[in-house]
Design a protein around this ligand. Sequence first.
Ligand SMILES: NC(=O)c1ccc[n+]([C@@H]2O[C@H](COP(=O)([O-])OP(=O)(O)OC[C@H]3O[C@@H](n4cnc5c(N)ncnc54)[C@H](OP(=O)(O)O)[C@@H]3O)[C@@H](O)[C@H]2O)c1
Length: 333
Amino acid sequence: METRPLGDSGLTVTPLGLGLAALGRPAYITLGHAEDLARRYDVAAMERHAHAVLDAAWSAGVRYFDAARSYGRAEDFLGSWLRARGIAPNACTVGSKWGYIYTGGWRVDAEVHEVKDHTLLTLRRQFAESWERLDGYLDLYQIHSATEDSGVLDRAEVLDELARLKAGGHVRAIGLTLSGPDSARTLERASAIERDGQPLFDTVQATWNLLEPSLGPLLAHVRALGMGVLVKEALANGRLTPRSTAPDFAANRAVLEREAARLGCTIDQLALAAVLEQPWADCVLSGAATVEQLRSNVGALQVRLDAAARAALATLAEPPARYWATRAALRWQ
Ligand SMILES: NC(=O)c1ccc[n+]([C@@H]2O[C@H](COP(=O)([O-])OP(=O)(O)OC[C@H]3O[C@@H](n4cnc5c(N)ncnc54)[C@H](OP(=O)(O)O)[C@@H]3O)[C@@H](O)[C@H]2O)c1
């Protein structure tokens, strides 16, 4: 897989990266998470499972890995894998996030799986925790889900601390991730924030997929200004995969199946190929939860859309408010 710059951040990425949201904890919001893990939730089994998916990603050439403090033990599993395989820190790029506290207690039926906290105290504590687990590997530190209501962009002390982490050489780049229908407003504000005469945020991680492509023009704009762009939820948390069997999705599913059959690929490959071809997308995250899914996702790099496919797939876009309401209702499982 080729490597390429992540905007002007100074970091490099591969077109496909691997996110560990589904690999670090028993519960997640994707459709078939329990089956992916074969309902085996003991820590050692989950670590072996995560390492197997990381091995498959590495063999396929993936060189960007994305974790977060709130993904259970994702940072621990990623750190133990990097060290066990003897991977040199400069052989890949590692990003993590702070701002959600994991409260799932390693349970699928937890009442609350994560709690947002964008205060300076939590940034300091979580950065120390991330640093300990990813010692020597952590390149990019991101605000996890910088929504308008979290108020994080109004906290000068938090922004100053992020700037200090970069200036002090603790991480090489600072980013933010977005979520929800207010993402455009947050990104516009974030891209104007400066410290020491330079933009504070080197990268943005945002949702863009066939159901919710509304942020595309703004992502193209910030990319042109030099921000690195990582795409998450490219498969709409599994809704754009063969697992998506909800009756109210049947018409969309028929479009996806028809175009996938015509181009000789699977649904997930088709949906990922639509993201990979966006010129502003530096790195598209695979959220593969199994080795098989990872291998299938990697196959998207060989898929080329044509005009007929683009026209058919454009009909899948939903009003953002509806997309985010459905997203918010996804069950942890
Ligand atoms: N706010 C944030 O910062 C934020 C939020 C979300 C995600 N992220 C990052 O983005 C990454 C990817 O996001 P995501 O995992 O939510 O979304 P995604 O990539 O849209 O969906 C991944 C899910 O799709 C399903 N899938 C993938 N390939 C498949 C295949 N071939 N066949 C059947 N099912 C398949 C699997 O779910 P099932 O098998 O369970 O159905 C898998 O867990 C995360 O790991 C994380 O690093 C960041």
